[in-house]
Design a protein around this ligand. Structure first.
Ligand SMILES: Cc1cc2nc3c(=O)[nH]c(=O)nc-3n(C[C@H](O)[C@H](O)[C@H](O)COP(=O)(O)OP(=O)(O)OC[C@H]3O[C@@H](n4cnc5c(N)ncnc54)[C@H](O)[C@@H]3O)c2cc1C
Length: 337
C-alpha cells in the first residue's frame, strides 16, 4: 500500500500530537503553522490534566478527558525520551474550595476517583496531575521532527483546495500543494478553514497571570472556574477568565485585578508575590464542549481534530490516537476497494 501524505493545518498541541500519531503509523506528514508551533492556546494554558468541573459535563467530554489522562504518562515519557526536555508532569493534586464542593461530592459518589474531605471542609483530589505546557510543546515539537514530520512554521494555510467532490490539499501564499488528506487542527481558527459554520468552533478568551512566590503548597486550588497552579520553581499561575471577544488576545486591567484579588483571598501568601506576566489565549469553544474528532461530514479527504475548549492539553494524546486510527483505517479501506 502507498504511504499516504497528509497535511495537518495548525501547529498547537492538537496538530502536533496528531502529526506524531500519524508519523508513528508510517504516514508522511507536513504541519502548516502561521507563527511558532505551540505559541497560541497550547502555550497559554495552565496545564491541569483534568476536566476542571467534570460534574458539569456530559459523559462524552469526561470520556475524552479520562482517555487523555490515561494516555499521558507513557506519552510524556516518550516525548521526554525523544527530546531530553522534562515537561514536569506531576501529581500535585487539586483542592476544591467554595461552592463547587457540593456538586463535586455528588458526582464523586458514583465514581472511582480518589478524594478526601479535609479538616477545613475543602475537598482534595490527590491524583490530579499537571504538566508545564510550554515545555510539553517543545518536547512534542522535537519528537515530531525526530519522527520525520515536516513542521513548516510561519507558513499559514490560506484555504483548502478541492476538486468539487473532495478536499485535495492546501493553498499557501506560494501556491497549492496536493495531499491525500488534510486534518484541520487550527484551534480557535478552525471553523473557516474546516468549512464549518462559525457556531461550531469559536474563540473563547482566557486571561492568566504568573507570579513568583515563596514556596507554597504544591497543590492546585480550584474555585468556581478559577484556579492557582503552583509550578515546581515557585512560579504560580492564576487563571482564568472566560470571555467571548472574537479573536482579540489583548489583556485587561479589570481581569488582572479580579484574578489577583481572588488569588490573595484563597492564598494570602501571594499578596506580595511579584507579577511576572499577564497574557491571554483563545480556547477553541465548541457545542457542549465536545471536540470534533473524525471525518468532515460533507467533504471526503477532510478530517477534523478541533474544538477542545478548556481541555485540549488533557485530551491531546487520546484525540490524536483516535484520529490517526480512523484516518488510516479509511485510507486502507479506500486502497482495498
Ligand atoms: C487561559 C487558558 C487556560 C487553559 N488551561 C488548560 C488546562 O489547564 N488544561 C487543559 O487541558 N487545557 C487548557 N486550556 C485549553 C487548551 O490550551 C486548548 O484546548 C488547546 O491548547 C487547544 O489546542 P489546539 O492545538 O487546538 O489550539 P492552539 O494551540 O491554539 O493551536 C492552533 C494553531 O492553529 C494555528 N492556525 C491558525 N490559523 C491557521 C492557518 N490559517 N493555517 C495553519 N495554522 C493555523 C494557530 O497559529 C495555532 O498555533 C487552556 C486554555 C487557555 C486559553
Amino acid at each position: 500500500m502507498s504511504r499516504p501524505s497528509i497535511a495537518v493545518v495548525g501547529g498547537g498541541v492538537i496538530g502536533l500530537s496528531t502529526a506524531l500519531a500519524l508519523a508513528d503509523r508510517g504516514v508522511c506528514v507536513t504541519v502548516f503553522e502561521p507563527g511558532d508551533a505551540g505559541a497560541q492556546s497550547s502555550w497559554a494554558g495552565a496545564g491541569i490534566l483534568f476536566p476542571l468541573l467534570p460534574w458539569d459535563y456530559d459523559d462524552a467530554v469526561n470520556r475524552w478527558c479520562e482517555a487523555g489522562i490515561a494516555a499521558h504518562p507513557a506519552w510524556l515519557q516518550r516525548l521526554q525520551r525523544d527530546s531530553g526536555i522534562d515537561p514536569e508532569h506531576r501529581a500535585s493534586g487539586m483542592r476544591i474550595v467554595g461552592g463547587a464542593k457540593g456538586r463535586a461530592l455528588e458526582w464523586l459518589a458514583n465514581r472511582r476517583v480518589a478524594h478526601q474531605s479535609l479538616a477545613n471542609g475543602d475537598l482534595l483530589l490527590p491524583e490530579v496531575t499537571q504538566v508545564r505546557n510550554p515545555r510539553l510543546i517543545r518536547a512534542l515539537l522535537a519528537s515530531c521532527q525526530r519522527a520525520g514530520v515536516l513542521v513548516r512554521e510561519r507558513c499559514p494555510a490560506a484555504a483548502l483546495t478541492d476538486d468539487g467532490e473532495r478536499v485535495t490539499g492546501v493553498r499557501l501564499a506560494e501556491g497549492e500543494l496536493a495531499f491525500d488528506a488534510v486534518v484541520v487542527a487550527a484551534g480557535a481558527w478552525s471553523a473557516r478553514l474546516a468549512r464549518l459554520a462559525e457556531d461550531r468552533v469559536w474563540p473563547v478568551r482566557g486571561q492568566m497571570l504568573a507570579v513568583q512566590a515563596d514556596p507554597i503548597a504544591p497543590t492546585i486550588v480550584y474555585e468556581d472556574g478559577r484556579y492557582l497552579v503552583p509550578r515546581s520553581d515557585g512560579v504560580v499561575l492564576i487563571g482564568s477568565t472566560l470571555e467571548t471577544v472574537g479573536f482579540d488576545v489583548g489583556t485587561t486591567a479589570e481581569a488582572k485585578t479580579a484574578l489577583l484579588n481572588w488569588a490573595t483571598a484563597v492564598e494570602p501568601a501571594l499578596a506580595h508575590a511579584p507579577l511576572i506576566r499577564h497574557w491571554a489565549g483563545l480556547r477553541p469553544g465548541s457545542v457542549a464542549n465536545h471536540p470534533l474528532v473524525g471525518p468532515h461530514p460533507d467533504w471526503p479527504g477532510l478530517w477534523l481534530n478541533c474544538g477542545h475548549f478548556r481541555y485540549g492539553l488533557t485530551m491531546a494524546p487520546a484525540c490524536a490516537h483516535e484520529l490517526a486510527e480512523l484516518l488510516l483505517a479509511a485510507h486502507e479501506h479506500a486502497y482495498k476497494s
